[in-house]
Design a protein. Sequence first.
Length: 532
Amino acid sequence: MQPLAEFRRWTRDAPVAERARTAVVAGVAVVVLAWALSPSFDGDQDAATATASFDEVAGGDVATKAPGTEPGASGGPGTGAGTAAPGQPVGATGPVAGTGGSAQGTDPAVAGGGAEAAPTPASGGGCTSLPGEAEGVDAESVTIAVGLTEIAGAAANSLFNLPSPAEQQQGFEAVIAGINAEGGVACRQLRARYHRANPADESQMLRVCLEVAESDVFAMVDTGALGSRPNVVGCFGQNRIPYFGGFATTEAQRQQYFPYVYGFYTKELLYQTSAIALRARGFLDPARGFDKLGFLYKSCEKDTIGRFRTWLVEAGVAPSDIVPYDLGCPPAFAAPSDLAQAVLTFRRQGVTHVVTGNIPGDLANFTNIAEQQGFRPRYAFPDESVISLSEGNQRPNPDNIDGAVAITLSRHGERDTPGIQPNPGTARCDAYYAAAGQGPVHERHALAGNTCNQLWMVQAALGRAPSLEAAALPEGLQRTGSIDFSFPQGPNDFTAPGTTTGGQFSRVARFDRGCECWLLDQTDFTPGPSVR
């Protein structure tokens, strides 16, 4: 692939925050990395603010909605989504093939009785109006707020081929029109109010949150900017506004603000899934060359990283065989001197294999330094945007990571793996855009598919909830069972009580130096664990 083509792919598919930070490194130093959307959207979070409340940031002068039950006061979130067979995915046209896999990249099996078989507008079923009331919901419509990413002005967006706010809005309008043509949300037409959010300016994003809190909207759907700061997400949680984000959240934050935080998956789920998958593949087996494990990470979320290390031990690595290297929590990229020291430390201590946590944006520098020093360990990456970043100018050194594996909860890797066709969710999303004269998901930035996925979560959660109240949304997802997400997101299982994120299924991809791309080692998705 030519360098220019690689760059175009990266500018199209890499996470919003990654491109934002590259575009204006000095001005957006605290922007986190994301999966983009990958995503799956993923992102580093600031250690100094990861557990701080919005009250602390704003000096206690917090604009909130009328008094009511605090987040998490009535019941609580489930600790994970389990592996029970999901119900019929929303938008599917029939039963989904089993997990035995095929060249088509099939989704998990659908078992009868796993979830309530409520009809959806897409399936032609009836529509029963829900009891109760909620802000932003009237007899005719459901109004949501949408956060459009604008990086330090529209020029920075266009410089790195991130859609302008106007183009992002066009995408939302196309998907909203498609959903409304199917019957809308909870027997009502979906409407949107748009807010621009600058990921380089936390105070501006907090103002957006407060503006939304004072407006008559049901939920917040974020293209990526707002999710880059824990305090901004916390602001929505404290104001009891359902927040549908594109970044991976942490389990601690999801539980703290339950039932108001929704997303594609949690970091804990990705890390635990990765540890289990590596053990199953024999990656950590001394008989296959394993001796010592270099664990390279940023400690922006200390508890989450600590749990990852525990899961690696449970996967069979003796604590004495783990060589940790903490890059701290720098505002943007780690210093080259720190990365060089990490390479030197790993070499001196006989590291043969390396696992990473929370550092996708630093892999390019780390692997370039490692290659220069002749250090070529075997790599395993939880897919925190690693696959999408490998297609652009922030890619890891292809010689250094040849044969590396990535555990992904997404559909990344499908475009380069022969024989895989778009899943029905992607085709459904494509149809929305085609009706609006826009191109298909696979040919566009990751925001195109995620726009469908986020709005489908709103549609499913409210459309099948027992009432219109925001606190009933988790039960709506539970009744849904699963949603057939569009590329780039993978399958999901919402059947466990309190589940507000997906990501319960994974695949393994392998980096091939010949094509300089990631190829799927398996086309079927494997059920993952319940996060403990």
